[in-house]
Design a protein around this ligand. Structure first.
Ligand SMILES: [Zn+2]
Length: 288
């Protein structure tokens, strides 16, 4: 299959999955680099999730890839405005298309890095049970070739970037890319401020593990800024509040189940946009 056709198929799948986030924004804003420090930028705009760029002594490390050629080309153009160093590493925070589909539009010379579970998730069948597009041999050079299990440090000359895995959450393969000098953590889709947290049960995501994982992250890192795929930068307190909201929902679902309520009855006790998350929580509790 030609890349173009692959791209269109993936777009359809992507919008079907995340239509609520992007429904109001069919034409993306141009890609823009927003500085966090002299060396670290958030990558905003384009088609796909927000990411990051870190200018090291001898090259650039990117966090996440957007999802079409235009957005990747714009990212590369914007980087040229701030550095003449090449992109050496691209770290994917997890396996969702809006963070990883753009890998294929970067040069093959880039080293793609992810958690080992993220790499495995790429090969899961699609929702309609068709085999994953990532089996296509044209995409092979863009599948993360370096993976890790718990922690990995990447040195760009004297600058250190830390990759951390704290456990299952949104999927089983979400990682945190931490920049110690800036006290900034890029956490992909481990937080959504505008909509209820997404938990991808089909990729092994779990809301109860999510609470443990995010708590572990807050304990391990003295991060002050949390950058993510679909929200503004937030502080530690906002993350704590987000986790508490999750715990509140879990408690409420638990007590409704104890009262003998069905899934539909439980869902009717929540806002409509909480339905998908409530269903995940319900299934997690009743499966045990
Ligand atoms: Zn995303």
């Amino acid at each position: 299959m030609k890349k173009h056709a692959l791209m269109i198929k993936s777009f359809i799948g992507f919008f079907w999955l995340t239509g609520t986030i992007f429904a109001q924004q069919p034409e993306p804003q141009p890609v823009e680099l927003r500085p966090i420090s002299e060396n670290l930028y958030e990558i905003l705009g384009g088609r796909g999730a927000q990411g990051g760029a870190y200018i090291g002594d001898d090259g650039v490390l990117l966090v996440d890839a957007k999802m079409d050629k235009t957005s990747v080309d714009q990212t590369i153009e914007q980087l040229k405005e701030v550095t003449d160093k090449p992109v050496r590493y691209l770290v994917n925070t997890h396996s969702d298309g809006d963070h990883i589909w753009g890998n294929q539009f970067f040069p093959e010379s880039v080293t793609f890095i992810a958690h080992e579970n993220c790499r495995n998730d790429l090969f899961l069948p699609k929702n309609n049970n068709e085999p994953s597009d990532w089996y296509n041999s044209e995409l092979a050079p863009y599948i993360p070739s370096v993976t890790f299990r718990e922690k990995m440090d990447i040195f760009l000359g004297s600058k250190k970037v830390e990759l951390w895995y704290f456990g299952v959450g949104h999927t089983t393969g979400d990682i945190v890319v931490y920049f110690p000098e800036e006290k900034a953590a890029f956490i992909g889709d481990q937080i959504f401020m505008e909509i209820p947290q997404l938990i991808h049960s089909h990729k092994g995501g779990n809301s109860f593990e999510y609470v443990k994982t995010i708590t572990k992250m807050l304990d391990a890192l003295d991060a002050e800024k949390f950058c993510s795929g679909h929200s503004e930068i937030v502080n530690r307190e906002a993350i704590q509040v987000h986790v508490e909201q999750m715990e509140k929902r879990q408690k409420k679902v638990k007590s409704l189940i104890a009262d003998g309520k069905t899934l539909e009855q439980v869902k009717s006790e929540f806002e409509e946009n909480e339905g998908r998350l409530v269903e995940s929580i319900f299934n997690e509790i009743t499966k045990n």
